[in-house]
Design a protein around this ligand. Structure first.
Ligand code: ATP
Length: 362
């Protein structure tokens, strides 16, 4: 296992990149802790695979360095980096049995036979493949084959890191949950540095201690699931994390007041003078609907019943937003919206601004 440091790393697929837009991965400085469980989360095309391929050595970055435990590996081939990689689709030997597939990476590294038998038996047990252990991989389902792929990465105990690129895409939904939980347990047991690429927030938030959120080639926030939920540093994080995501509303801010259309919302503190695009972010969970005189009159446009809660699609003077109502709560006859002040974030040109009491900047 190793600490992986990205030192002013950036990548463009163009031969002569000129502007920031020419970079698939914009400049990034970050150290991944030895033994950490990370998820790289973001929509299609945001640069996740580019970053993963730079770490594994499939791609040489156009700028910067990559270091494993302080040693520069930027120009080393993948096989020289001692990294295990699990891809979206199974990479296994169809003509070998499940057991032989799992033994293979260890035999290649001259691990003693008794150690191989022990680790492979453990892995077969962990992956619930005991009844298939001596069957050829060819006849197995896509789920089972992908489990072997995961196992082939996980049996290696001497790796610097294990990289997962959307490994659960072919797995059925029920099994996905089981495997995610298993991966998390394995991380606790084995302590490998794990980097897990996904565009699925549930996968990222359940697997990782820290989630790296990417947007248009930029890492916009690195944080725990709680930090991403409570204090998104960028409007994209607010919108992308959560179901539904954060409401991002155009406002004008003056001191501790935000003007939303002709209405005023009280903020948790006073803000400095702000220029540019100013927005108020509040999660649907922190809005409530009341009949009382206080609150902002809202129009209700629709209700989606999810079972444990309802998502109410509402609007204030034409500005649309979502409100989450818990089981048992109903929509008042003349609904007014109450904003929970302590849960409001203010954004300037998409970046979080702190109130004066909490210090300036993002
Ligand atoms: N080999 C390549 N040559 C040129 N451009 C590329 C190449 N690979 C990726 N790109 C571009 O780089 C950007 C980032 O792509 P990347 O595959 O890293 O994103 P991603 O987040 O992994 O997307 P996905 O989830 O769809 O795999 C995209 O604009 C993509 O079109």
């Amino acid at each position: 296992m190793a600490q992986i440091t990205l030192d002013k790393l950036a990548h463009s697929y163009l031969p002569n990149p000129k502007t920031d837009h020419d970079f698939a991965l914009k400049e990034l400085d970050y150290a991944w802790d030895d033994g950490g469980a990370y998820a790289l989360l973001g929509p299609s095309g945001c640069g996740k695979t580019t970053l993963l391929n730079i770490i594994s050595g499939l791609l040489v970055p156009s700028k910067g360095q990559i270091l494993f435990d302080g040693k520069d590996v930027t120009n080393l081939q993948p096989e020289q980096r001692n990294i295990a990689q699990v891809f979206q689709f199974p990479v296994i030997y169809d003509t070998m049995t499940v057991r032989q597939n799992l033994e293979f990476p260890l035999k290649n590294r001259n691990v003693p036979n008794d150690e191989i038998s022990k680790r492979v038996a453990e892995m077969i047990d962990i992956l619930d493949l005991s009844d298939k252990a001596d069957r050829k991989a060819r006849g197995l389902t896509a789920d089972e084959k992908q489990k072997i792929s995961l196992g082939r990465g996980l049996v290696r105990y001497d790796v610097n890191a294990i990289l997962f690129d959307e490994p659960l895409t072919v797995i059925d939904p029920h099994m996905k949950w089981q495997l995610r939980t298993k991966l998390k347990d394995l991380h606790r047991q084995l302590g490998h540095t794990m980097i897990y690429v996904t565009h699925d927030q549930t996968e990222a938030l359940t697997f990782a201690d820290k989630v790296v959120v990417m947007y248009e080639g930029d890492v916009v926030q690195i944080g725990t699931p709680e930090e991403l939920f409570d204090e998104p540093k960028h409007t994209f994080v607010g919108y992308f994390i959560g179901s539904p995501g954060m409401n991002i509303l155009p406002v004008e801010v003056s001191g501790n007041q935000a003007k939303l259309g002709s209405h005023t919302v009280t903020l948790k503190g006073a803000y400095p003078d702000l220029t540019g695009k100013i927005e108020l972010g509040i999660r649907p969970e922190f809005l409530s609907l009341t009949n009382s005189e206080s609150g902002i009159p809202a129009q209700i446009n629709g209700v989606e019943d999810i079972g444990r809660f309802k998502i109410v699609r509402a609007s204030i003077e034409g500005v649309e937003l979502n409100v989450v109502l818990n089981e048992g709560e109903s929509i008042p006859a003349e609904p007014k919206l109450i904003f929970e002040s302590s849960r409001i974030n203010i954004y300037q040109d998409d970046h979080l601004v702190r109130s004066l009491e909490n210090g300036k900047g993002i």
